[in-house]
Design a binder for this molecule. Structure first.
Ligand code: 13P
Ligand code: SF4
Length: 300
């Protein structure tokens, strides 16, 4: 039996559901019941029939699923798969930042720890940051953590200024505007999509700024054949699967998130077999963090 068949058999036997982020390696995406961006995965996590969830992504994503499902078992195949950006601010640091801006509301990118979510008014993802921010009155002071780039992009779109935390994604930070110039020269006419975690010079030089789910939707609506993709390369698998007649070129093939890549088929099998590693969030933190996630999910 192949590793894939072993996983699928054990998944059936255990009645488990496998969720995967768009940046997962292709073989993991191929065995998942559902693949999506952070918002799609959070929404999916509110509507699960199975009692056992294997979450193939980074820790904060599995943690979000666990917070939304306190009565289910959520496993992450490698608990060391963290998100460095999420770890760039602690709950204590956020409390100190809030103390400097009394009266400000806190928007927190879902790429954050449960402790930071617990200190926030509302979560956002890269797919809905603008929509969520618009629900706050224009004169409301906003603190945005931890991603300075998604924060500045959202503020820019609204013509506002946010109090930003200087966090960033190391994978997207390695991309630069010179790469866009080179990619345009190599693939004339192909539009450039970048993720809002990219720094401003890249966003300004791109044709579209989209979440990973947004990229999947936008590409389907286009009649053009070739696209330049400025984000983590795992997304190329899904784009290619869903659009077999189109061509996708990574802006930089070294744009790889090492943590997303820690989840392998071997680890998924181990996770299902040994029921490891369960993601647990202390109840007091989970209850407060859930308020910020629910506030986001209530905005359609
Ligand atoms: P998406 O929500 O767009 O999938 O992004 C998640 C992420 O971690 C990007 O680096
Ligand atoms: Fe975190 Fe960046 Fe990896 Fe996304 S790509 S999980 S933001 S380090």
């Amino acid at each position: 039996m192949t590793l894939r068949d072993e996983i699928l058999a054990l998944k059936r036997e255990r009645g488990a559901v496998i969720l995967a982020h768009n940046y997962q390696v292709s073989e993991v995406q191929a065995i998942a019941d559902f693949t999506g961006d952070s918002l799609e995965l959070a929404r999916k996590a509110t509507d699960l029939q199975a009692d056992l969830v294997v979450f193939c992504g980074v820790y904060f994503m599995a943690e979000t699923a666990a917070i939304l499902n306190p009565d289910k078992t959520v496993l992450i195949p490698d608990p060391s798969a963290g998100c460095p950006m999420a770890d760039m601010i602690t709950g204590e640091q956020l409390r100190a930042f809030k103390a400097k801006h009394p009266g400000a509301k806190v928007l927190c990118y879902v790429n954050s720890t449960a402790e930071v979510k617990a200190e926030s008014d509302c979560c956002v993802t890269s797919a809905n940051a603008l929509k969520v921010a618009r629900t706050f009155p224009p004169d409301q002071e906003i603190i945005f953590v931890p991603d300075q780039h998604l924060g500045s992009y959202t503020a820019e779109q609204l013509g506002r200024r946010f109090q930003l935390w200087p966090g960033y994604c190391p994978t997207h930070a390695r991309l630069n505007a010179g790469m866009i110039e080179a990619a345009r020269a190599a693939h004339p006419g192909a539009p450039v999509m970048v993720h809002p975690e990219c720094p401003k010079p890249l966003r300004d030089a791109a044709d579209q700024v989209l979440s990973t789910g947004g990229m999947c939707r936008w590409v389907k609506e286009q009649t053009g054949r070739a696209f330049i993709v400025g984000t983590e390369t795992g997304i190329l698998y899904r784009l290619q699967q869903e659009n077999p007649d189109k061509l996708f070129y990574p802006l930089d093939e070294r744009a790889v998130c090492p943590n997303m890549k820690k989840i392998s088929l071997e680890r998924v099998l181990w996770s299902l077999r040994d029921l490891q590693t369960e993601v647990r969030v202390p109840e007091a933190v989970a209850v407060r963090a859930k308020r910020a996630i629910d506030a986001m999910l209530a905005i359609h």
